[in-house]
Design a protein around this ligand. Structure first.
Ligand SMILES: Nc1ncnc2c1ncn2[C@@H]1O[C@H](COP(=O)(O)OP(=O)(O)OP(=O)(O)O)[C@@H](O)[C@H]1O
Ligand SMILES: [Mg+2]
Length: 543
């Protein structure tokens, strides 16, 4: 509990200077113990919960208290709010001020409570009209000079405000983000608290913000830069077409990272609904720069030293992890065996379900995490297992040790395993290949359209998951759409026995075969497709 510092004499001076009709209204309310209410939100993942900020000013010991499970940032709001009001020429009245954040049993996190608390105070002080506040949801952080600084989660808050039939008040820097919720949403995005007060007093009009998209930062890297490596390029095309996970194994400098960076350029752009969904996660993480909506599929390549919460989400504020930030895009794990084993194991469940659940003290927070995993690794620690001239003396034992760092279940979740051999100097001196990312992307787009049409009409249950691509299809649905012809089935059964494929591995081959048939126009799955799909299942040494 912190006592309010304003003495009655200071208050009088500031009242006299103040441009607001504070003195008159305040004197009417002086002993009534008035309560003002302002709507704001709390976040649980990308889900939004309405929070009612109640501000009461009453007689008694001079104090300014925030209750209702505030975290440290919310507790510190008092100081920012006090300073921001001071910058307007207002002092907190020498009264007992209680701020209650209801419902009181939900932990309130973040700095976005500054603005609703300040608005509640300005309402009980009579500076702002009571009835206006009920029409809006407000969120924003206050600087000490009264400026409004950007906060995370404005996009989901705006969508929630629209659904509740209210307008949104947010910092100017987040206005472009809020405007994406819909044209019907009234957005007030003032740069400062003073601009907002002036808007309500009718002396300054705030122009509605325009929805903003990220600028095109130039073309993504092109597949034309990659010389040779034809098998790897084909596998990349298959991965893009069916949204399959991909593991590339090869010696240093063979082009694995180069290939992975070219995958986003082969994927279809985000459609508007997807862009909104992906941007919501980035908004909650506070990563939506300048409030601009994403339009490219995300490509996240965390370093192998990233912590487990950084990868799957969590930490003190249950932020989304890399796997959720890569939702609808690519998660690239370079040097896969160098990642700590617990981190890799923690990825197994989100890879299977498309959701990352973060355990909290009071609740579980779930973020969407439907990613295409691309991983790269050297075959052994020295990296030259397949080259007797360069391999170290411990080969092949060191390769078995190194590759066994990837657990069988994780290995099983990767549909395509390919070798990326070193490119020969002869290949490197070739002219650039005729085919680049644009040509491959157009074939991928056709295969994706075939899948979208197929799964839009699929009525078979798929474990509660929406199916958009072959990589999402499972169980009965997969049996129905990807059953190979008789000779294809015979090849698959025989190979599964010889390669000791798990049931999951068996289904992954069927899925890849379905994508190969889709790249050829979407007819039935034949033996040739099964054979090629099987070629993408590398058996690691030691397994
Ligand atoms: N197929 C290729 N065509 C053209 N250049 C290539 C090719 N492969 C590799 N290079 C060149 O080698 C460089 C290193 O490639 P890259 O980083 O992709 O290798 P890597 O397989 O990821 O190696 P590491 O295992 O050490 O991570 C590239 O920046 C590029 O200049
Ligand atoms: Mg690399």
């Amino acid at each position: 509990m912190i006592a309010c510092g304003a003495t009655p004499s200071q208050t009088t001076t500031l009242e006299q200077q103040s441009p607001f009709a504070y003195t008159r209204v305040h004197s009417q309310r002086r002993h009534s113990g008035v309560v003002a209410r302002v709507n704001t939100v709390a976040f649980q993942g990308i889900d939004v919960m309405d929070i009612d900020v109640q501000v009461q000013m009453s007689g008694g010991i001079v104090a300014f208290t925030v209750v209702g499970l505030p975290d440290k940032a919310v507790g510190e709001s008092r100081e920012r709010v006090r300073a921001a009001l001071h910058a307007l020429g207002l002092s907190l009245p020498a009264k007992r001020i209680t701020v209650n954040l209801a419902p009181a049993d939900v932990v309130k996190e973040g700095s976005h409570f500054d603005l609703p608390i300040a608005l509640g105070l300005l309402t009980v002080m009579g500076v702002l009209p009571d009835e206006e506040m009920a029409r809006y949801t407000a969120l924003g952080e206050l600087a000490l000079d009264g400026a409004l600084t950007p906060v995370a989660g404005v996009l989901p808050a705006a969508i929630n405000a629209l659904a509740g039939g209210r307008g949104l008040i947010c910092p100017a820097a987040c206005g472009g983000e809020a405007a994406w919720a819909g044209e019907e949403l009234e957005v007030l995005a003032p740069p400062t608290l003073l601009a907002l007060i002036n808007h309500f007093k009718g002396t300054q009009v705030l122009t509605p913000p325009k929805p903003r998209l990220q600028e095109d930062e130039g073309a993504p890297p092109d597949l034309r830069d990659v010389k040779g490596n034809e098998t790897a390029k084909r596998a990349l095309e298959v991965a893009a077409a069916g949204a399959h996970n991909l593991l590339m194994i090869g010696p240093p400098g063979s082009g694995k990272s180069m290939l992975a960076a070219r995958l986003p350029g082969l994927l279809p752009p985000l459609d508007p609904a997807e862009a909104l969904e992906v941007s919501m996660i980035h908004s909650v993480a506070g990563l939506l720069e300048g409030g601009k909506l994403l339009r490219r599929r995300p490509y996240r390549d965390p370093h192998h030293s990233a912590s487990l919460p950084a990868l799957v989400g969590g930490g003190t504020r249950a932020k989304p992890g890399e796997i959720s930030l890569a939702h609808m895009g690519v998660l690239f794990l370079d040097e896969l065996p160098e990642f700590p084993r617990p981190s890799l194991e923690a990825l197994r469940q989100p890879l299977e379900t498309g959701r990352a659940t973060v355990a909290r003290v009071h609740a579980h927070v779930t973020y969407p995490a439907r990613v295409q995993l691309v991983a790269a690794m050297n075959p052994c620690r020295c990296g030259h297992l397949d080259d007797p001239a360069l391999a170290c003396a411990r080969a092949p034992k060191c390769a078995a040790d190194y590759q066994s760092k990837i657990s069988g279940p994780l290995f099983d979740r990767i549909d395509l395993h390919i070798d990326v051999p070193a490119v020969s100097p002869a290949d490197l001196s070739l002219p650039p290949p005729a085919e680049g990312s644009a040509e491959v992307a157009s074939r991928v787009a056709v295969a994706r359209a075939i899948q979208a049409e197929r799964y839009a009409s699929a009525t078979v249950p798929n474990g509660g998951r929406a199916v958009r691509t072959n990589a999402d299809a499972d169980g009965e649905l997969l049996e129905r759409v990807a059953a190979p012809d008789a000779s294809g089935r015979a090849l698959l059964t025989e190979a599964a026995e010889r390669m000791k494929l798990s049931a999951r591995g068996y289904h992954r081959v069927m899925r890849v075969a379905r994508t190969l048939a889709d790249l050829e126009g979407g007819q039935g799955v034949r033996r040739v497709h099964v054979a090629e799909a099987l070629s993408y299942r590398r058996i690691a040494p030691g397994r």
